[in-house]
Design a protein around this ligand. Structure first.
Ligand SMILES: *Cc1c(COP(=O)(O)O)cnc(C)c1O
Length: 406
């Protein structure tokens, strides 16, 4: 069993009150998780003790700052089972990681090529491909879902054609909680010779990731959703692909030798893709967030979150009349998207906030999925390791009160 109270004490923000002194019940973890004190301390220490630009100085501070950043690169590589730390690129987030792949890897896609993605994607895994499609004359093919929120795998397979140049899909849906069978999906794409990107932003906080077992070419995720600092994202890419890809942005640090008027050469991977000064303080502190997760154990975190999910779904459906949950696949991740009768999600979210409960409302950066479900949006409650059964009870009680107002 986890000592949740001990875990909660590591998150000072959970002690604050909102809405005239009510204890905060934070159920918006899918948007961003809270940050344990030790990660904040690592950030402060980065600024107070080792702030110097990375890879540029011979002096002690610069060496230490570089070591911290490169330590995180190795930690992340180990954490996701990458073959080498050279396959880990630091970005600003999942969004930038996907944009990097679309702009750089996608630059060589031939006109008329087809990109397969799914209707449950976050906008971050749609719009970069649409921008590329408009530039390079490509077509987007969309995989639909079944009623329970699982992907239509038969259709996924049927969309492949000799023109397919890329398949890209989320590991876990940020709305439905659906866990996609990414190993099978990647394996099928590989059989057709099609490269794959997996958007792991919602998987990385909840499950063990092994990119070599998945077999994908690219995998993207964000630190801020896994108890780490904002402004830090990870792109994993297979080294032989990264080596063939052109740079994404130009600037300092990504070069071999710069000369005018032309003839500039580029650094080796991963540095070729890391132009300019990165958030090296945040990157350094991300290793501390991984320590936090590994100390508790991802399996124990997941077990706790799944227990909360089942309890909350059972309480909600038995206590709230007219409540509909979107995404009901077995083994889904701890996300509950719901509507109550025809009450607008925004009204529910606003009234819950007055009772101290923080939930997300709206389209959750997944407008095509909302369109597919035929709804304007949902209310979304999502859990992290520090949430408790008592909080679920308070949430259900508050929602009951809110629902009775309509
Ligand atoms: C949050 C999220 C993103 C975008 O992540 P950023 O950190 O905002 O770049 C992409 N995909 C999914 C599934 C997400 O949940």
């Amino acid at each position: 069993m986890l000592d949740i109270q001990d875990i909660r004490r590591q998150f000072p923000i959970l002690e604050r009150t909102v809405a005239d002194g009510r204890p905060l019940i934070y159920l918006d973890n899918t948007a961003t998780s809270q940050t344990p004190h030790r990660v904040v301390e690592a950030i402060v220490s980065g600024y107070e003790h080792t702030k110097a630009n990375v890879h540029r100085g011979v002096h002690t501070l610069s060496q230490e700052a570089t070591d911290l950043q490169e330590h995180t690169r190795r930690r992340v590589a180990e954490y996701i089972g990458a073959a080498s730390h050279e396959e880990i690129i630091f970005t600003r987030g999942t969004t930038e990681a996907i944009n990097l792949v679309a702009a750089s890897f996608g630059a060589s896609f031939p006109r008329g090529g087809e990109i397969i993605l799914t209707v449950m994607e976050h906008h971050a895994n749609i719009v970069p491909w649409q921008l590329l499609a408009a530039r390079n004359g490509l077509e987007i093919k969309v995989v639909d879902i079944h009623d329970d929120g699982s992907l239509n795998l038969e259709q996924y397979r049927s969309l492949f054609s000799p023109r397919t140049v890329m398949a890209t899909f989320c590991h876990v849906s940020n709305v439905l909680g659906t866990v996609n069978p990414v190993r099978e999906m990647v394996a099928y794409a590989r059989e057709q010779g099609v490269p794959t990107l997996v958007d792991g932003a919602q998987a990385s906080p909840h499950m063990r990731i092994n990119v070599q077992e998945i077999g994908c070419d690219f995998y993207a995720f964000s630190s801020h959703k896994m108890y780490g600092p904002t402004g830090v994202g990870i792109l994993y890419g297979r080294k032989e692909l990264l080596e063939q890809m052109p740079p994404y942005q130009g600037g300092g640090e990504m070069i071999g030798h710069v000369q005018l008027p032309s003839g500039t050469t580029f650094a080796e991977v991963p540095f070729k893709f890391e132009a300019g000064t990165p958030d090296f303080v945040g990157i350094g502190a991300f290793a501390t967030a991984l320590d936090f997760i590994e100390e508790i154990g991802l399996e124990r975190i997941a077990a706790h979150e799944h227990e909360l999910l089942l309890y909350a779904e059972q309480q909600l459906t038995s206590e709230i009349e007219g409540l509909r949950i979107f995404g009901t696949t077995p083994g889904k991740e701890p996300v509950i998207s719901f509507l109550v009768r025809d009450v607008h999600p925004y009204d529910i979210g606003m009234l819950l906030d007055r009772l101290g409960v923080a939930v997300r409302t709206g389209h959750h950066c997944a407008q095509p999925l909302m369109e597919r479900l035929g709804i304007p949006g949902t209310v979304r409650a999502s859990f992290a390791v520090y949430n408790t059964r008592a909080e679920v009870d308070e949430f259900v009680k508050a929602l009951k009160r809110v629902a009775s107002m309509f």
